[in-house]
Design a protein around this ligand. Structure first.
Ligand code: NAD
Length: 497
């Protein structure tokens, strides 16, 4: 991002050639407050609509995303520098995700009768009311689908949304706003606020009712603490250092291709990318040979062509981190099995898919998230050792297991929010009806599934008491009331579920 002298616009540069791409208005704190006020005024009318009517709008947006596929791919690529096939993941994820959420919301949000305090006398209904105005803060690495899927669930739950995209990638979020409007979403229910996190973050925390954040663990921690002061809800999808396990019974051909994809797709700038692989010693040499061949077959380059598997890193800052991690590892004795070089000849921020061996705990790449195309390989003596090494991290976002027979039992022992068996990351993330998120320092709360919808609501229990209150009636002593109720509770405990 670079700002105009007046600070009124954000200039977006294209990572493919580091040239000017777009200029978008930069939101001031006052403009953000005004947008939140407008959202607050319109939200009750949206919340009054039957859920099915809100779902119609989101389902139409899903169809429009498919119809606008090529335009969306161009914008995502121009802002983020990723390969077209990686940009397509965003179209696939958002088009399918929005439809699944729209289909499931009416059932998940419906009011439910619950057993009352006193059978027949208490009629109890559980409701889920929208929280009001939801802030969504998103990073640059999935600039279209993260805003689309998070906003869709917040809107389906009856909320208004203000979205702060990363300043590197505001156009993808603005295109999403166009699509929502075309799908019939009333004005002011979804407003994109491009601008600096340091300036707008405090406004969003102070003025809205829930913060959904995706980004680094450091920023997530700051925002969570600020939300705690106001006692508003916070959900954070944060960093990862995601492990992959190759067990002795793995299909090694599939595992090698899948590992290369899981480590290098989106140029490794994916929160659920694999950065550590633990390979059982009985299959290590055969696996490494296949992995190197699979990695060598990946084509890196920039532009809108479908021919490239790996695109550019998103910025000079990302390139600097990747180069620093690899240089530090090599200086401390790691071996580069593949890649390890900046490819300025392909694009200013291109970097080769890189595989390291001999990585030790003193190296930055051992435990810190690189967020780039760098995979560390470790040979382990047993499945037990692989599980222990995988869990030995402050993060707990995603894991991948390659095994014909031991996937589910191994998954049960991993402390990560998603586990993919015989694939890297896409099946769990793409299972939109099931929750997705991180354990440990990888996050709090979940997106997707009914957990990802209901977090944008306040549960409200409405109990309607008929005929008699739950208190001594006039003329009945406290002691008599207590004796009768004690007998009643004993009966209820025997016969009621
Ligand atoms: P970041 O935390 O620097 O920025 C993310 C967003 O937060 C941006 O929009 C930024 O402008 C905003 N922001 C920054 N400071 C803020 C503040 N004080 N208040 C409010 N907003 C603020 O993250 P990044 O480095 O740009 O993104 C990469 C990180 O995101 C990686 O760690 C990656 O693992 C993580 N990520 C996680 C997921 C997931 O689902 N778990 C998905 C994508 C990315």
């Amino acid at each position: 991002m670079s700002n105009s002298p007046e600070g009124t616009t954000i200039t977006v540069r294209r990572p493919f050639d580091n040239q000017f791409h777009a200029e978008v208005p930069r939101t001031t704190a006052d403009q953000a407050r005004a947008a939140i006020s407008r959202a607050r005024r319109i939200q009750p009318r949206w919340a009054e609509l039957p859920v099915a009517r809100r779902a119609d709008v989101i389902a139409r947006a899903a169809s429009l995303i498919l119809a606008e596929c090529d335009r969306i791919l161009d914008v995502i690529q121009d802002e983020s520098g990723k390969a077209r096939i990686s940009a397509f993941e965003e179209v696939m994820d958002s088009a399918r995700g929005l439809r699944v959420f729209a289909n499931k919301a009416p059932q998940a949000l419906r009011a439910r009768r619950r057993p009352g305090a006193i059978p027949a006398l208490t009629k109890t209904v559980e409701h889920h009311r929208p929280v009001g105005v939801v802030s969504i803060i998103t990073p640059w690495n999935y600039p279209f689908t993260l805003p689309a899927t998070d906003a869709a669930q917040a809107l389906l739950a009856g909320n208004a949304v203000v979205l702060k995209p990363d300043s590197q990638t505001p156009s993808a979020a603005l295109l999403l706003a166009e699509i929502f409007a075309e799908a019939g979403l009333p004005a002011d229910l979804f407003t994109v606020l491009p601008g600096a996190g340091s300036e707008l973050g405090p406004v969003l925390v102070a003025e809205t009712d829930f913060v959904m954040f995706t980004g680094s663990t450091a920023t997530g921690r700051t925002l969570a603490a600020a939300c705690a002061q106001r006692l508003i809800g916070f959900s954070g999808e944060l960093g990862g250092k995601n492990p992959l396990l190759v067990l002795p019974d793995a299909d090694l051909d599939a595992a090698a291709i899948g590992t290369a994809r899981a480590a290098f797709a989106n140029t490794g700038q994916l929160c659920i990318s694999i950065e550590r692989a633990y390979v059982h010693r009985s299959v290590y040499p055969e696996f490494v040979e296949r992995l190197l061949a699979a990695t060598a077959s990946l084509k890196t380059g920039v532009g809108h062509s479908w021919e490239f598997d790996i695109g550019s890193l998103s910025s000079a800052a990302q390139l600097a981190t990747v180069e620093a991690h690899v240089a530090d590892a090599v200086a401390k004795g790691a071996t580069v099995l593949a890649g390890g070089r900046h490819r300025g000849d392909l694009g200013p921020f291109c970097y080769e898919p890189t595989i390291l061996a001999g990585v030790t705990p003193e190296m930055e790449v051992f435990a810190e998230e690189t967020f780039g195309p760098v995979l560390s390989l470790y040979q382990v003596n047993s499945i037990e050792d692989a599980i222990n090494a995988a869990n030995d991290s402050r993060y707990g976002l995603n894991a991948s297991i390659w095994s014909r027979h031991h996937g589910p039992e191994t998954a049960a022992r991993l402390r990560t929010g998603t586990v993919n068996i015989n694939d890297g990351y896409a099946p769990a993330f793409g299972s939109h009806a099931a929750p997705m998120g991180g354990m440990k320092e990888s996050g709090v709360g979940r997106r997707h599934g009914s957990a990802g919808l209901l977090k944008y609501t306040e549960a409200q229990t409405v109990a309607d008491q008929r005929l008699l209150p739950i208190a001594p009636p006039p003329g009945v002593s406290n002691e008599t009331f207590a004796r009768v109720l004690k007998a009643g509770i004993a009966v209820m405990n025997r016969v009621l579920p």
